[in-house]
Design a protein around this ligand. Structure first.
Ligand SMILES: Nc1nc2c(c(=O)[nH]1)N[C@H]1C(S)=C(S)[C@@H](COP(=O)(O)OP(=O)(O)OC[C@H]3O[C@@H](n4cnc5c(=O)[nH]c(N)nc54)[C@H](O)[C@@H]3O)O[C@H]1N2
Ligand SMILES: Nc1nc2c(c(=O)[nH]1)N[C@H]1C(S)=C(S)[C@@H](COP(=O)(O)OP(=O)(O)OC[C@H]3O[C@@H](n4cnc5c(=O)[nH]c(N)nc54)[C@H](O)[C@@H]3O)O[C@H]1N2
Ligand SMILES: [Mo]
Length: 771
């Protein structure tokens, strides 16, 4: 399965070119030609990407400006488009040729590479194959099986791509059926944000919009690989750099996008021989998990500068009036920071006092600061504390709820933030329970459902018996691959609404169905005419998305239609939801969303196609703190230690960071080249510090097996990886997700948010004998 290597001689050397630039263009043209897609088709489609009257990109969730470029796209948005509009088809002939046992030997890349799914399929165990099934039969059989199962034993997972309309309908269907088991990809992603930010500032999402990026005079980047994962954001970073704004990055890995960038939309930059813009004014290779310590160091430096200013009678460095008027818990925070010792800060962060004091001075001079962050903060045992510490740092200088400043969690999937806004959550306190019950005349079970980790635990203990997924590749995205695959197969029902074949489809249960749907780039016709859907971006702006192309197959149904048919087959007569009426006109679903969430979605149908979208009602942007104290809360971490329960100082233990390559979107592997890190032809590498390598008796390109270091009686191991010397902090190593998910223990997650701690997995490397 994990043969993620396509050559015996992979080429691995750090990439020295700027991101963007010609490398991007070359990479795209080769992807399009691989898929057999005409460059002209690609360009025509791409012209409609991220436009008010076009479709919203299916890759990341970065904001869509009101005044877009002619081509408002990036290399990876274009790759995602190519992947969806590919002429390749994974059709009934394909399934007739291959048994499931055979397909289980294929890589993630090879499975998705077959192209778009075209036909509803059902697993036939006597043939060990998927065979075509009529839509009506599939809905009837799935409905019958769901009725046989206890609703609380069924999980309704959602990956972050489905529209606001489909997602809202999905969660109503699950709750009418009797299940609040609505985990989503956010549970593996920004849940540390969704739990952490409401406690700090009373908003579950970021507080900045593009207008703030246009005027900020400094940015922090903690643990986000912008060049690969939200490349269009680089334009705003580049503009800020041109204005002279410092950009200070903390990341154990030297990520090219935050080092050098050339704007592929600027002919002058593309033709100039220079190296592009220097993106981070300062780049600090913090130790994995060392961010709380690093931020404490910065805060300590700010306190020292404030002391000096106070003494000299100069203007204060702390925003004293903001703290007094708007904040709670400052004194405790001050005590924590002042008590922290520099030698401990240096040891835990891996950074020097001088460097952190330099950052403190830069921060003290700035007046409009944005704190950006990604998985490098959220995917830790201490994910919530990481997020809240960054908020503390911003609050001390009043950098919240004013123009040009605020907190910026950079979300992943293109609508992951919006799905939560319209009700996808296992937590009842986050939805308007009484409204749903009153509007649609049914009763919602009063216990929270399971999140992703709890769903996995339920599979292991046998209490979860059915999985119905709206997109995604759940079994591949979660930790503990080996044990979870075994547990998955013991379930009774596996239903996957998907666009491409993936490994989760192949983990067959008593009944297994693949329900192929149209994608967002495609036109969606229902009885009232062409339909529009909508998404929320990372800056809480809602946008319309208009399909552009003919669907990949005549047999495909839209996601809202599939949800409605599943609902009619399962919960007919149990509520007054007008499923058919909603499917005939998605505008009616938007009216229903507005009715349930009037503050966020006022005049939804009138406003959602306006350029730049419309902004949701986020209290913290107006300095309204919807917290229990009614203030913005300074929240103090217990310690600097990310993994207090694992002795990572034991000899030979490294903390593994699982990464995405530039040639992947989550479990979708476009190819084997991580151009921006200079890794070509393989994903089976462990990048590590040269000194660690020497002390473990390894040399470059040695083959190793990797084992999790955990004292729970379970062996977790991946085999035959190749080690490479890389500029990483001592004690860390890095490699690619999802192949390395086999190593992450299920219990190794952010304590309250349950986000798997994919950025600090304790491992040992075992050298293999030379072949
Ligand atoms: N092309 C492409 N775009 C994507 C995706 C994709 O797979 N491919 N995925 C989408 C999704 S769902 C998401 S959630 C986002 C993910 O986007 P990111 O948030 O960028 O997630 P990762 O790629 O996992 O990498 C996070 C970064 O954190 C760094 N890091 C690791 N550990 C630490 C640490 O302890 N401290 C600090 N400061 N940094 C650390 C890593 O070196 C890495 O650069 O991107 C979205 N966009
Ligand atoms: N070790 C480790 N594990 C991780 C992470 C990590 O950094 N390290 N990151 C985590 C994160 S941040 C996330 S978000 C999860 C991702 O987890 P998921 O969201 O579950 O996974 P994806 O790979 O995005 O899902 C890809 C599949 O979605 C389907 N799909 C694509 N487009 C559509 C569509 O329009 N409609 C429908 N119905 N289906 C569609 C296709 O069939 C495709 O195979 O993984 C998590 N797992
Ligand atoms: Mo994500």
């Amino acid at each position: 399965m994990d043969r993620s290597e396509v050559t015996d001689h992979p080429k691995i050397q750090p990439y020295e070119e700027p991101t963007g630039g010609w490398g991007s263009v070359k990479s795209l043209l080769s992807k399009a030609s691989d898929e057999g897609l005409l460059a002209s088709t690609l360009w025509t489609t791409m012209q409609r990407q991220n436009k008010a009257d076009g479709y919203q990109c299916v890759s990341c969730s970065w904001a869509k400006p009101a005044d877009p470029h002619t081509f408002e796209y990036c290399e990876n948005g274009a790759k995602a488009t190519i992947w969806e509009i590919t002429p390749k088809r994974c059709d009934r002939e394909f399934f007739a040729k291959h048994t499931v046992s055979e397909l289980l030997e294929w890589t993630d890349h090879d499975l998705e590479k077959q192209g778009r799914l075209t036909t509803p399929m059902k697993y036939d165990s006597s043939l060990d194959q998927f065979v075509p099934v009529k839509w009506e039969d599939a809905f009837r059989d799935i409905g019958a099986e769901l009725k046989r199962l206890d609703p609380t034993s069924v999980v309704f997972y959602v990956s972050g791509r489905a529209s606001l309309e489909a997602s809202h309908m999905w969660q109503l269907m699950a709750r009418i059926y009797g299940s609040n088991n609505l985990p989503d990809s956010s549970n593996m992603c920004h849940e540390s944000t969704s739990v952490g930010l409401p406690e700090s500032i009373g908003s579950p999402v970021g507080t900045v919009t593009l207008a703030d990026f246009d005027q900020c005079d400094m940015m922090f980047f903690f643990g986000h690989n912008t060049g690969t994962n939200a490349p269009r954001l680089l334009h705003w970073v580049q503009e800020a750099r041109k204005r002279g704004a410092p950009v200070i990055t903390f990341n154990p890995v030297l990520e090219r996008g935050l080092m050098r960038f050339k704007n592929p939309q600027s002919p002058t930059e593309m033709l100039s021989p220079d190296e592009g813009t220097k993106m981070s004014s300062d780049y600090y290779q913090v130790k994995g998990g060392g961010d709380v310590a690093a931020m404490t160091g910065i805060a300590k430096a700010v306190f020292a500068l404030d002391d000096a200013a106070k003494e000299a009678g100069r203007p204060r460095v702390l925003d004293v009036s903001f703290i007094e008027e708007h904040c709670h818990g400052f004194d405790e925070f001050e005590r924590f920071v002042r008590a922290a010792e520099w030698d401990q800060i240096e040891r835990c962060s891996g950074l020097s006092r001088a460097d952190l004091e330099h950052v403190g001075r830069t921060y003290a001079r700035a007046s409009k600061v944005i704190g950006n962050y990604g998985m490098g903060l959220t995917q830790h045992r201490h994910g919530i504390e990481n997020v809240q510490m960054l908020v503390n740092l911003l609050l001390m200088r009043g950098m919240m709820g004013k123009p040009g400043a605020g907190i910026s969690p950079i979300r992943g999937h293109s609508n992951v933030q919006g799905q939560r806004t319209v009700g996808i959550t296992e937590k009842l306190k986050l939805i308007p329970v009484e409204k749903f019950e009153e509007f649609y005349d049914f009763t919602i079970p009063k216990e929270d459902g399971v999140d992703t980790v709890e769903a996995c635990e339920g599979m292991l203990d046998g209490s979860i018996k059915g999985f119905v997924c709206l997109g995604g590749n759940f079994a591949r995205a979660i930790p503990e691959t080996g044990r979870m695959e075994e547990a998955w197969r013991k379930m009774r029902l596996n239903v996957q609404v998907s666009t491409k074949l993936n490994r989760t489809h192949l983990l067959t249960t008593d009944k297994t169905y693949i329900l192929p749907c149209i994608g967002r780039i495609e036109r969606d016709h229902q009885t009232s005419g062409p339909q529009t859907v909508s998404v929320e971006d990372s800056t809480a702006c809602i946008h319309a998305s208009f399909g552009q192309r003919e669907p990949a197959s005549k047999e495909l149904l839209s996601e809202p239609k599939i949800v409605a048919e599943l609902a009619k087959a399962t919960v007919a007569g149990k509520s007054s939801v007008p499923w058919d009426e909603w499917v005939s006109d998605y505008g009616k679903v938007r009216d229903a969303i507005e009715r349930a969430y009037p503050d966020d979605f006022k005049d939804f149908n009138q406003r959602f196609a306006s350029p730049g979208g419309f902004h949701r009602d986020i209290g913290a942007t107006k300095r309204e703190w919807r917290t229990q104290t009614g203030k913005a809360n300074f929240l103090v971490p217990e310690s600097f230690d990310v993994d207090p329960d694992i002795d990572t100082t034991a000899p030979g233990v490294l903390k593994l960071i699982t990464l995405r390559s530039n040639d992947q979107f989550n479990t979708t592997i476009y190819g084997y080249d991580d151009r921006l890190r200079g890794v070509h032809g393989t994903r089976m590498v462990i990048l590590m510090n040269e000194e660690d390598m020497r002390s473990l008796g390894l040399t470059d390109r040695d083959r190793v097996d990797v084992e999790t270091y955990a004292d729970d009686g379970i062996t977790r191991r991946v085999e035959n990886y190749r080690v490479h010397a890389w500029q990483l902090p001592k004690g860390n190593c890095a490699g690619y997700y999802p192949e390395l998910n086999a190593l992450i223990p299920l219990w190794h997650h952010s304590r309250r948010a349950h986000v798997p701690a994919a950025k600090s997995v304790p491992v040992r490397l075992i050298k293999r004998a030379a072949a």
